[in-house]
Design a protein around this ligand. Structure first.
Ligand code: GTP
Length: 616
């Protein structure tokens, strides 16, 4: 159907992770007949295998739905809305803090946001963080409590929390069950009533904001766009303003949610433009697409103001990544470029290490982002990788007061030149139920966190603020938090800046040889227990060899802990039954000598999954 602008509604669903965004989107897809019954599956918009396996949304996903209130799929469902036909452009977003850049981009493409809150868990950290983003963008907010069907639902308390947070009346909050389909029609009514239709700037020259992209080997880079002004047909030429690139469109259309080719896209709409551009770096998220030839003679491209783009995301966790087989460096570079199209927050730059050759230093928004990216490189591009310990960026002041930024333990300077070590600190906010507060504070104190304050979102709902080294937040803190709160606590953090810290480099030797990938930076006072735990972990996951393998932990050349992986004993005397003792001894002696020789020459190859297991 040809859209009339006042009948378009562009919106996102935002929430904390797992509060039910994709499930609510499923109900919309069903009600509007966007996906036929036989194709429907749970969390339909989570299209990557990895998303389905992990049960989390990683990528934003737009979908265009046609709502015809006269032929809604649920019989007898009467919507209290005036017109009968609407276009609903929904962008499903991830809920995990590491993917908040996906959320922020989606917000710039819409006019409204459904703020979904789990009735059992109530307001959580990303509820607050995403709400802040939506407010900054000036979006209409539709507060909704989901999962009211759960036995442990605390619908009334959650309503109070949310009403206090938004400074609204409890009556303005809808209560639904996305899973059971309860009150979904009320959500549709609220979207139509509260989300403003997009402004109509059809007659102005084309300006379309790229909010996401992906690579297609035939159609080139496919830009996901929100058309702000003007319109564009599928046979026209486009111009990308920031990258100063021109191209002839290969195809354009809507997301249904698969790509559905159309003849044109116009102001107010969300859709895609297959640019035909094959170099991924030329199509950047946040860039403005306009037409190469502006129809009105008076206006030239230089007169068109580019749309405000996005703030470049700032990676906080870094790793070095090398192909296991150095011949595959080119493939790794190409794969990272393609992945970046689909993940604008991914940062990488080439680097070189003596033993590993050419590789990349990659930056991420958090440790889940890192883990997912390494997994995607392996799955989508069939790459076996050597991945170094994740690290924050340390600042070292040397003896002549020069600042050195260190991105990985491999670059840690010699002790002799270090005057002062600094590391990034974050403001960490944790929301939990009161009963978990004591245990959470205990963990934070152990991690050298500085208590700042406790506020209350509801009677039983403290919001705790600490200042803590980022290094602690990215290494296993989340799992600890989940375990002491039975999964009910949630966290968010923002970088504060650098602070002085007492840190040392812990090195691991395997058969006396330094295994740089396992080196890590640790607080001096925790070096010994860390070394013991780490060696035990390596011992668990490193496959046994034909000879025993000594593992040592070293600081500044001094061994502080050791472990030994015993040899994979081949039972050489098994075939000999009974008597012949001297033959048995001979065989064992021979085996011992052989092992000694092996050990002298020994160099073991560490499979990449071992790196991942050890470093996870
Ligand atoms: P992320 O995108 O990863 O943040 O998750 P999400 O917000 O999209 O949540 P999702 O829709 O994947 O739902 C998370 C879990 O909650 C799934 O197991 C759903 O089946 C369940 N769920 C969602 N809505 C409801 C509901 O109304 N009631 C009940 N009982 N479970 C629900």
């Amino acid at each position: 159907m040809e859209p009339i602008k006042k009948q378009i509604r562009n919106f996102v669903i935002i929430s904390h992770v797992d509060h039910g965004k994709s499930t609510l989107a499923d109900r919309f897809l069903e009600l509007t007949n966007t996906v036929p019954d036989n194709k429907m599956q749970e969390q339909f918009l989570d299209m990557m295998d990895l998303e389905r396996e992990r049960g989390i949304t990683i990528k934003l996903q737009p979908v265009r739905m046609e709502l015809d209130t006269d032929s809604l799929k649920i019989k007898n469902l009467k919507l209290k809305i005036p017109d009968s036909k609407f276009i609903l452009n929904l962008v499903d977003t991830p809920g995990h803090v590491d993917f908040s850049y996906e959320v922020s981009r989606a917000l710039a493409a819409v006019e409204g946001a459904i703020l979904l809150v789990d009735a059992a868990k109530g307001v959580q950290a990303q509820t607050l963080a995403n709400l802040e983003l939506a407010k900054k963008q000036g979006l209409a907010i539709i507060p909704i409590i989901n999962k009211i069907d759960l036995q442990q639902a605390r619908t009334e308390e959650t309503k109070q929390e949310l009403a206090k947070l938004l400074n609204i009346s409890e009556q303005d909050i809808l209560s639904i069950s996305a899973k059971k389909g309860i009150n979904i029609e009320k959500v549709l009514e609220a979207i139509i009533a509260k989300v403003k239709p997009p402004e109509i700037n059809q007659d102005r020259p084309l300006r379309a904001l790229i909010f996401d992209s992906k690579f297609d080997s035939y159609k080139g880079v496919i830009a996901y766009v929100r058309v702000i002004d003007g319109q564009i047909s599928n046979d026209e030429k486009i111009y990308l303003m920031a990258s100063e690139t021109e191209s002839k469109i290969k195809e354009l259309g809507y997301f249904k949610p698969e790509l559905s080719p159309q003849k044109k896209l116009s102001a107010g709409e969300i859709g895609y433009i297959a640019t035909g551009i094959k170099e991924p770096g030329k199509v950047r998220v946040g860039d403005t697409i306009t037409k190469l030839k502006v129809k009105s003679e008076k206006l030239k491209i230089v007169d068109i103001e580019a749309l405000p783009g996005y703030k470049e995301p700032k990676p906080v966790v870094f790793i070095s990544v090398y192909p296991e087989n150095s011949d595959r460096y080119g493939l790794l570079r190409e794969s990272l470029n393609k992945l970046k199209l689909n993940d604008a927050s991914l940062y990488f730059e080439p680097e070189h290490k003596e033993i590993f050759g050419q590789g990349f230093r990659c930056g991420f928004l958090g440790s889940l982002h890192l883990e997912i990216t390494v997994e995607r490189l392996h799955r989508e591009f069939d790459l076996d990788l050597v991945v170094f310990s994740p690290s924050v960026v340390y600042k070292i002041i040397d003896k002549v007061d020069k600042e050195i930024f260190v991105y990985s333990s491999a670059e840690w300077p010699d002790l002799a030149i270090i005057k002062e070590i600094q590391e990034p600190y974050v403001k960490l906010e944790i929301i939990c139920f009161s009963d978990a507060l004591g245990n959470i504070m205990k963990i934070l104190d152990e991690l050298q966190g500085r208590y700042i304050k406790t506020e209350y979102l509801g009677l039983n709902k403290p919001l705790l603020t600490y200042h803590i080294p980022l290094r602690e937040v990215i290494t296993g803190f989340y799992d600890k938090l989940m375990s002491v709160s039975q999964g009910y606590a949630s966290m968010n953090y923002e970088i504060l800046g650098y602070e002085k810290s007492d840190l040392v480099k812990l090195e691991i030797l395997i058969i006396g040889k330094k295994e740089e990938a396992f080196s890590r930076i640790v607080p001096k006072e925790k070096a010994y227990p860390e070394a013991r735990t780490f060696l035990k972990k390596i011992k668990e996951v490193l496959p046994q060899q034909q000879f025993s393998v000594p593992l040592q932990a070293v600081i500044g050349g001094k061994i502080i802990a050791r472990e030994t992986i015993s040899s994979r004993g081949k039972d050489v005397i098994a075939p000999l039954y009974g008597g012949d003792y001297s033959r048995k001894r001979k065989l064992l002696e021979k085996q011992k000598k052989g092992k000694k020789k092996l050990k002298e020459k020994a160099q073991i190859k560490i499979p990449s999954d071992v790196y991942l297991k050890v470093l996870s």
